[in-house]
Design a protein around this ligand. Structure first.
Ligand SMILES: Nc1ncnc2c1ncn2[C@@H]1O[C@H](COP(=O)(O)OP(=O)(O)OP(=O)(O)O)[C@@H](O)[C@H]1O
Length: 358
C-alpha cells in the first residue's frame, strides 16, 4: 500500500499546504488544535476538494487538480470513523454492521463479519440499539461498520476524543488489534501524544497547516522535533522493547530494552510481545549518583548526549541509556547545581506511573 498526499487549500484565513507518504500501518496526523489535521484528513476522504494537489493510493489517482481529476467520496471506498460514532439510532448493532457490509463491493475481500465482531469484542451487543451502548461500545461498533465496508483505507478523526479516560483505555487495545491483525492501512488524527505513541507506526507532525516533521514515532515524538509543533510539556521519548516477563500480583511487566529493563504497570501483555513505552520528559529526573530509597522503580544508567536550553528557562537533556535515548526536562538551576555536561554519566529516574505499554 502506498498513499501519497500533497494538497494546498484555503479555508477562510487558514492555508493548508501539506503532504506526506505512507506505506501502510497506522499513520498519525498529529498536532495542536487548529494545525490542520482534520482539514487534511477531510481532503483525503474527499470531503474537501483541494484548490491544488494530488492524492494517489496504490497508483490510483484520486485527486490531481492539474488534470482535473477528483474522485468523489463515495467512490474512494474509504472507511471513516469520526469523533462521535454517528450510528443509526433506530437500527440495532447488527443492523448498523449490516449497513457497512452493504457498501462493500461484491468482489471485495473483507474480513468476515464474525471476525470483525470478535476483533472488536461486540458479539454480546448485537441486539442492542446505540442508545443502550456506552460511548466506547458505540465507537467500537462504528469501527466495525467501517471495516465491514471493505475499505481500502480507514480514516479515523480523533475517534477517542469524546470518551473519558476509562473508555479510552478500554478501546485502545481494540485499536491495537486492528492495527496488528488487519491489513487495512489507517490514517489517524489525534492531538493526544499517548495515543499516538501507542498506536502509530509513522507520525506526521503538523503546525499552522504545514507538515513540520514526519517519520517514525520514536524520532518524531522525541525532542527536539516535538519542539517545532507541540506543547513542550508533551515532549518525551518513545522506547521499543519486548515483554520479558509479567508479574500478575503486581500487574507489572518487565520490558527488555536494548540493554536496560523497564518495569511497566498495568500491563497484561504476553511474554515476548513487542511493546512501545512513552516516557514524558517531564517525568524523568536526573541524578549523578545512583539514588537509593526511592519509590521509582526505573533507574537507568546513561550518559548525557546533549543539553538544550528552552526559551522558558527549562532545559531538555538527552541521555543515551545503553542505546535507548531518554529525554529529561529539568530546570537550568539543576543543570548548574549538578554540573551536567555532555559526556557526563548520569542516572535517569523515571516515575513508573508515567509508562504506557503498547
Ligand atoms: N470551512 C472553514 N472556513 C474557514 N476556516 C476554516 C474552515 N474549516 C477549518 N477552518 C480553520 O482551519 C484551521 C484548521 O482547522 P482543522 O479543523 O483542520 O484543525 P485541527 O488540527 O484538526 O484542529 P482540532 O484538533 O481542533 O480539530 C482552523 O483555524 C479552523 O478554524
Amino acid at each position: 500500500m502506498t498513499l501519497l498526499v500533497d494538497v494546498r487549500h484555503r479555508l477562510g484565513d487558514f492555508r493548508l499546504d501539506a503532504g506526506f507518504a505512507s506505506d501502510g500501518g497506522v499513520t498519525a496526523l498529529f498536532g495542536r488544535s487548529g494545525s490542520g489535521k482534520t482539514s487534511l484528513i477531510r481532503a483525503i476522504a474527499g470531503l474537501i476538494r483541494p484548490d491544488e494537489g494530488r492524492i494517489v493510493l496504490d497508483g490510483d489517482v484520486l485527486v490531481d487538480t492539474s488534470r482535473d481529476i477528483f474522485v468523489p467520496k463515495h467512490r474512494r471506498r474509504f472507511g471513516y470513523v469520526f469523533q462521535e460514532a454517528r450510528l443509526f439510532p433506530h437500527f440495532t448493532v447488527r443492523g448498523n454492521l449490516a449497513y457497512g457490509r452493504w457498501f462493500a463491493p461484491r468482489d471485495a475481500v473483507s474480513d468476515s463479519q464474525d471476525r470483525v465482531i470478535e476483533l472488536l469484542g461486540i458479539g454480546h451487543l448485537l441486539d442492542r440499539r446505540p442508545a443502550n451502548l456506552s460511548g466506547g461500545e458505540r465507537q467500537r461498533v462504528a469501527i466495525g461498520r467501517a471495516l465491514l465496508s471493505a475499505p481500502r483505507l480507514l480514516l479515523m478523526d480523533e475517534p477517542l476524543a469524546a470518551l473519558d479516560e476509562e473508555r479510552k483505555a478500554e478501546i485502545l487495545p481494540y485499536l491495537e488489534r486492528l492495527r496488528d491483525e488487519t491489513k487495512v492501512p489507517i490514517v489517524y488524527v489525534s492531538h493526544a501524544v499517548h495515543e499516538v505513541a501507542r498506536l502509530a507506526d509513522r507520525v506526521v507532525l503538523m503546525r499552522d497547516g504545514r507538515v513540520v516533521a514526519t517519520g517514525r514515532v520514536s524520532d518524531v515524538l522525541s525532542a527536539p522535533a516535538m519542539n517545532s509543533g507541540m506543547d513542550r510539556r508533551e515532549m518525551g521519548s518513545v522506547l521499543s522493547g519486548v515483554t520479558a516477563s509479567f508479574d500478575p500480583p503486581h500487574r507489572l511487566a518487565t520490558v527488555q530494552l536494548q540493554s536496560n529493563v523497564l518495569h511497566v504497570p498495568n500491563s497484561d501483555v504476553a511474554e515476548g510481545a513487542p511493546v512501545r513505552v512513552h516516557i514524558p520528559a517531564r517525568d524523568v529526573m536526573l541524578a549523578i549518583e545512583r539514588p537509593s530509597g526511592l519509590s521509582a522503580l526505573n533507574i537507568l544508567d546513561g550518559r548525557i548526549e546533549t543539553i538544550v536550553e528552552d526559551s522558558d528557562g527549562m532545559v531538555t537533556v538527552r541521555v543515551d541509556c545503553g542505546g535507548d535515548v531518554v529525554h529529561a526536562r529539568i530546570t537550568g538551576l539543576s543543570v548548574e547545581r549538578l554540573d551536567l555536561q555532555p559526556g557526563k554519566p548520569v542516572f535517569a529516574v523515571i516515575k513508573t506511573v508515567a509508562l504506557d505499554p503498547r
